[in-house]
Design a protein around this ligand. Structure first.
Ligand code: ADP
Ligand code: ZN
Length: 185
């Protein structure tokens, strides 16, 4: 993209698990750093047991980030000269993350969000639909279906749970296409 100058905007990178959302967020953030821009990266504290400050892709790329519980905390951490804000796992924040991203963009910040657009049953994962609607730039990525090798837009849950989110369980999900995806494990 040829991005505009002197104004802020919202970019969203979405797709299923393993589609390279975190890799793409890291790539964009690193390029901004090469461009001598001031960047801050945030991610939700989804699990209190860890004070994990790294954003890590499935391919082991890493980025230092600030874990926060609520999207509004970005304003407490935001430094006056920050030009780019990255947010990973944006689907774990509540609906207020949309207003936070918009407020940042109005302040002139480039906001780069990465997150799941669908839950494990293939339902839109709020607040992603709302965020996609107000974003200037949307990138939808696909993974590779582990069953048939076609492009995959779904995250197949492999373990039973009543929860919409199962975190930290290695091997709990795999990428599947529409045809191979099952609503339940
Ligand atoms: P996301 O943030 O979307 O979950 P990541 O950026 O963390 O994705 O990881 C993407 C990487 O995951 C790929 O570059 C690849 O190395 C790896 N990977 C593992 N399984 C798959 C799959 N089924 N399809 C595509 N990539 C996969
Ligand atoms: Zn398939």
């Amino acid at each position: 993209h040829q991005f505009p100058k002197d104004i802020g905007w919202i970019e969203v990178v979405c797709g299923p698990m393993f589609s390279g959302k975190t890799e793409e967020l890291i790539r964009r953030v690193k390029r901004a750093v090469y461009g001598k821009q001031r960047v801050q990266v945030f991610k939700p504290k989804v699990d209190d047991r860890y004070d994990e400050t790294q954003v890590v892709s499935h391919s082991q790329l890493k980025l230092t980030s600030t874990p926060i519980e609520r999207a509004e905390e970005i304003f407490y951490h935001l430094l006056p000269d920050t030009q780019v804000v990255g947010i990973d796992e944006v689907q774990f924040f509540g609906p207020e993350v949309v207003q936070v991203c918009e407020a940042l963009a109005y302040r002139g910040v480039r906001v780069i969000c990465a997150g799941l657009d669908q839950d494990y049953q293939g339902r839109p994962f709020e607040p992603m639909p709302q965020l996609l609607a107000v974003a200037e730039y949307v990138t939808k990525q696909l993974a590779i279906c582990v069953v048939c090798g076609n492009p995959a837009n779904r995250s197949q849950r492999l373990v039973s749970s009543e929860e919409r989110v199962v975190v930290g369980a290695a091997g709990a999900y795999e990428a599947r296409c529409r045809r191979c995806h099952l609503g339940e494990p």
